[in-house]
Write a protein that binds this ligand. Structure first.
Ligand SMILES: NC(=O)CC[C@H](N)C(=O)O
Length: 241
């Protein structure tokens, strides 16, 4: 299944994402420079990687969302292609309006770089079908602007439609303020769009997708995508009003 990793000026997780899809999962993978456009038919899956696109000037993701490649990302999203935004990629998806809400600076104004526990909020998605409902996993975070905010109506809707994919939790899965590294509303670490083909998440699954890294909890996210793209799982069993 063909994957594009979009490279913005300042991306720094592009190589890791490329490596996971290409070498760990053995799938065709290409870099697409942010100035290039492509057709929705060219790829099955698109990654907006982490980093500091345009130096995080203005707000993280605020400039990158105007890149020519983003026009192609919009079109691909509309056609139902899978889009995964990790960290800065999530910030870009928010700025682009492909996901609802906004990121603010972490509540303690510090850059957080450490492992976190995450409670899986839904397995009914192309990205999380290989996890168990309510499972607790561990992934690294590394960001200064991960404090997710949305208005009360949007939060209510995200919950009702089971679009909160990961919550920051403690090791036992309790969603507490202490386990919240950045002040995100409802401990939100990742969300889906309404159609469930776009996921934005602050933790880095590509940094925990191989034994050699001491943690493979992120690998199942990429395996879930492959399961879905190869037609072995269907989504839409459990949800939506
Ligand atoms: N790892 C990343 O993607 C860096 C995140 C980012 N631009 C921030 O500090 O908020």
């Amino acid at each position: 299944m063909r994957c594009a990793v979009i490279v913005f000026p300042g991306s720094n997780c592009d190589v890791d994402c490329f490596h996971v899809w290409k070498d760990v999962l053995g799938q065709p993978t290409e870099y697409v420079f942010h100035k290039e456009k492509f057709s929705p038919e060219d790829f099955d899956f698109i990654i907006l990687p982490g980093g500091f696109s345009y130096g995080d000037y203005l707000r993280a993701g605020a400039i990158a969302r105007f890149s020519p490649a983003m026009e192609s990302v919009y079109k691909a999203a509309e056609k139902g292609k899978l889009i995964l935004g990790i960290c800065n990629g999530f910030q870009i998806l928010l700025e682009a309006g492909l996901l609802p809400g906004a990121m603010m600076k972490n509540r303690d104004l510090k850059f957080h770089c450490h492992d976190v526990y995450l409670k899986v909020g839904t397995t009914d998605s192309p990205f999380t079908n290989m996890y168990l409902p309510g499972e607790v996993v561990k992934m690294p975070i590394a960001h200064g602007e991960g404090n997710y905010y949305a208005d009360a109506y949007t939060i209510e809707r995200l919950k009702r439609e089971e679009r909160i994919v990961f919550y920051y939790s403690d090791e036992k899965g309790n969603i507490t303020d202490k386990a919240n590294p950045n002040g995100s509303l409802e401990n939100i670490a990742g969300i889906l769009n309404e159609e469930r083909n776009v996921l934005g998440m602050m933790p880095h699954p590509e940094r925990c997708a191989e034994e050699i890294l001491g943690n493979t909890d992120g690998k199942r996210l990429f395996l879930s995508i492959l399961e879905y793209l190869e037609g072995r799982v269907k989504i839409g069993k459990s949800r939506r009003s």
